[in-house]
Design a protein around this ligand. Sequence first.
Ligand SMILES: Cc1cc2nc3c(=O)[nH]c(=O)nc-3n(C[C@H](O)[C@H](O)[C@H](O)COP(=O)(O)OP(=O)(O)OC[C@H]3O[C@@H](n4cnc5c(N)ncnc54)[C@H](O)[C@@H]3O)c2cc1C
Length: 400
Amino acid sequence: MAKTEVLVLGGNFGGLTAALELKHELNDDVSVRVVSTSDRFVFNPSLIWLPFGKRDAADITFPLAETFAEHGIDFVHATAIAIDPAAHRVTTTAGTFDYDYLVISTGYRNNFAAVPGLGPDGHAHTITTLADAESTAVAWQEFLADPGPVVVAATQGASCFGAAYEFLFNVHHQLAKAKISVPLTFVTSEPFLGHFGIGGLKGGEAMLEKHLAKSGVTALTGQSIDEITSARFELAGGTAIPFRFGMAIPPFVGQDVVKETPGLSDDKGYVPVHDTYQSKSFPEIYAVGIAAQVPMPWHTAVPIGVPKTGFPTDAMAKIAARNIASTIKGEPQRAHKEFAEMLAVCMLDAGNSGVMILADHILPPRKAGVLIPGPEIHAMKLAFEKYFLWKSRHGYVRLP
Ligand SMILES: Cc1cc2nc3c(=O)[nH]c(=O)nc-3n(C[C@H](O)[C@H](O)[C@H](O)COP(=O)(O)OP(=O)(O)OC[C@H]3O[C@@H](n4cnc5c(N)ncnc54)[C@H](O)[C@@H]3O)c2cc1C
């Protein structure tokens, strides 16, 4: 009898974990193939350090082919360009592949169109991909040679607020180290400091207000950016902030191949899923990580997104893999967890210190949620990077 074929699109946090977990579940009883645009695993949380020369690409990536080969997974370095759910077929830049089950873990792309003047052809930089962070490193060196006002922002519709705060704190740390005194402004679409797209945690707003005031950072919340010109961040309310160096986290959207598949996704290209991470439209398709649609529990005056971070991505990938394995074995689906009820665990780096975010649920209502500041969080983040890259490279996805 032919083996069940599982095709995984994307080989980063969600795709790597789902593919390896499936192999752990079913060993040789399943054939797993991963198709990914990137032939490297990229540890995105460390992108915040690239602009300051604290990391380069080699430090935070590893080649996927070897890891997958060691675990009997076929790896195809290609981009999926069409999904045909009726035929169970995906067309890629390296040929066409049929599947019995499909896992979509194609993550995000930057929506630079949301703010004119942002992105590779614009005036402000970003750090949300390896290429973006590398070009921001060049811009930072130019800035150091000729400093002026700095703006760090999270635009309307952004969801990756943690990275914006981390970059802000790291900029402050680097400026102090270089003994450069320039105006530093933080512009965010969050309704209040420390909302983070998860509704905030007790004491977080006051802690951040105090910390930013002490650091001499001017913070503007609830902001929408009309345009970034060569000299100014033009805000919707009419305020214009001059800058020499600007970094803004843009909104994310799903990949076009997902968005263009009729009936598969919402208007942002995210796949509506059950708590099993199975598509609500196509039972053979699962979506995990940033590719999955998650609930948006509030309306804010300026739109913001919900961050789909590494911890829930890992959980979604394991849930999807376990349910596919159960279905292949003819058993009922056994793993369920709503995104909102997953643990929130995140470490924000501040250059030589940091803040740990811990909560029993990503989204309210919560029973517990704390922010723990301190220099030990910086050390923990450094250690976690090494540990996570080691465990992923060796395929030890069942380690915590
Ligand atoms: C700057 C930054 C800092 C972050 N910091 C943290 C942090 O501190 N803690 C934390 O928990 N999370 C953090 N995150 C979030 C974390 O990186 C994401 O949760 C994680 O990357 C989501 O994994 P994913 O597999 O869903 O998507 P991705 O990591 O985006 O991976 C998607 C993969 O799919 C591939 N792909 C895309 N399109 C196609 C296609 N058409 N065909 C085939 N392959 C395709 C891509 O090449 C990529 O390899 C951060 C993110 C950023 C950007």
